[in-house]
Design a protein around this ligand. Structure first.
Ligand SMILES: Cc1ncc(COP(=O)(O)O)c(C=O)c1O
Length: 413
């Protein structure tokens, strides 16, 4: 694909580089290295062999026979990002930025994390490549996703719970930016999604586009043509951009991103910026995009059953693609996600992350509008093991409840 997605870091009216003066040298230096590597075949070969040897790429494209038969619409395929080392797509970006760090000569890495997947991926990269790691995580998220906190610590990373604001992802990003401003001489900030100041949105997309590169080859091997539709969940936007990138210029491919509708639009407890039309243009955290904010520009509280989609901003690339109608954006509520989860587990024997289940929920809502010769791909961005506590709670599973109570009681003794 053409990797000049932006005009100097802008995607239509969105994007840019709005950082404090002190961070300008850091983002400029990063942009210089990104411009070097984006067309460098040797770098790409080194990157892809690392993904193959260490993370298990290429990930398969699995035919979802059970779901296809159940709905009787188009043929459904699932891109299996859950099979990456660490269980999600986040590692694609992190390993790429780990190689960028070598070029930058940096020895310490910092990251923010929501669901914890990006934090674990960063801690893995740091352990593998010999860097020191500090991970910022909203205290609320750290509680919801303690299993990931546990692994980050075992991997040798320092985990800093952030208690400011709503103690979620946006607050963790603020803390990470503060740390970077004070330490960029030896520290690289591995942003985990396609947001933030230039060059992050485009650089993260560059690394994640490995998903759609493989997907295109795989679907062409099977059917000799492009898919008709691709569904991906939409938090900050990295797995969606990864799944869409190679198809942006292929007009026949419908691209659908699914946001966290939480408890529904009327409740105000959601993280849908585009589908519900509730976000407005703002500048925050180093870039211009659609943010969920009040009239004074204060960021609003967000809600989702999945920590990884619970973010106030959205990739400037996706804000632009939605505005120009290249990408259609839906929102799936927590209840729809739980129903979709049950279907995927029972019909396919797969355990998707709650984030990824939004993509399935989006498809299931409109699958009746597809024809039997349509080819549909769902990007399953991660696996659901990390969500066992939330899912156990949402399914009101009595066995799980007494197991957790018993383990808690034994641990306290
Ligand atoms: C499995 C999974 N999917 C999706 C996301 C959302 O991030 P993005 O929109 O950048 O893909 C996360 C975030 O942590 C995640 O863990």
């Amino acid at each position: 694909m053409n990797f000049n997605l932006s005009q100097n870091g802008y995607f239509g009216q969105y994007g840019g580089r709005f950082v404090p003066e002190i961070l300008i040298p850091a983002v400029d230096e990063l942009n210089r290295v990104f411009q070097e590597i984006r067309h460098d075949q040797d770098f790409y070969r080194q990157y892809y062999s690392l993904l193959m040897d260490f993370s298990g790429r290429p990930t398969p494209l699995t035919y979802a026979a059970g779901l296809t038969e159940y709905f009787g619409g188009g043929r459904i395929y699932i891109k299996r990002e859950d099979l990456n080392h660490s269980g999600a797509h986040k590692i694609n970006n992190v390993l790429g930025q780990g190689l960028v760090m070598k070029r930058l000569g940096k020895t310490r890495v910092i990251a923010e994390t929501g669901a914890g997947q990006h934090g674990v991926a960063t801690a893995i990269m740091a352990a593998k490549m010999g860097y020191k790691a500090t991970i910022y995580m909203g205290a609320e998220d750290a509680e919801r996703q303690y299993a990931n906190v546990f692994w980050m610590k075992q991997l040798g990373a320092e985990v800093v719970p952030v208690t400011t604001g709503t103690a979620t992802l946006k607050d963790a990003i603020n803390e990470a930016l503060r740390d970077w401003a004070g330490n960029f001489d030896n520290t690289h900030y591995v942003l985990g999604t396609a947001c933030g100041p230039r060059p992050f949105p485009e650089m993260v997309t560059f690394f994640q586009s490995v998903i759609s590169k493989e997907m295109k080859r795989q679907i062409h091997d099977l059917h000799g043509k492009n898919p008709d539709r691709i569904y991906a969940c939409l938090g900050g936007g990295s797995n969606a951009m990864g799944a869409f990138a190679e198809f942006l210029e292929d007009d026949g491919v419908e691209l659908i991103a699914v946001e966290a509708g939480g408890k529904g639009q009327a409740s105000g407890k959601h993280a849908s910026r585009i589908a519900y039309g509730t976000a407005s243009v703002g500048i925050c955290q180093g870039y211009k995009t659609l943010f969920l904010q009040d009239e004074d520009g204060q960021m609003l509280d967000t809600w989702s059953i999945s920590a990884g989609l619970d973010y106030v901003g959205v990739s400037p690339i996706l804000a632009h693609l939605a505005e120009t109608k290249r990408v259609r954006v839906l929102a799936a509520t927590d209840d729809q996600v739980i129903d979709a989860f049950k279907l995927v587990v029972s019909k396919e024997g797969l355990i998707p992350a709650l984030e990824s289940t939004h993509a399935f929920a989006g498809l299931f809502r409109e699958v009746q509008n597809t024809a039997s010769d349509d080819i549909i791909v769902v990007n399953m961005s991660g696996r659901g093991d990390k969500d066992i506590f939330n899912i156990g709670e949402a399914l009101r599973d009595e066995g799980w409840k007494s197991f957790v109570q018993e383990r808690g009681r034994r641990y306290a003794e």
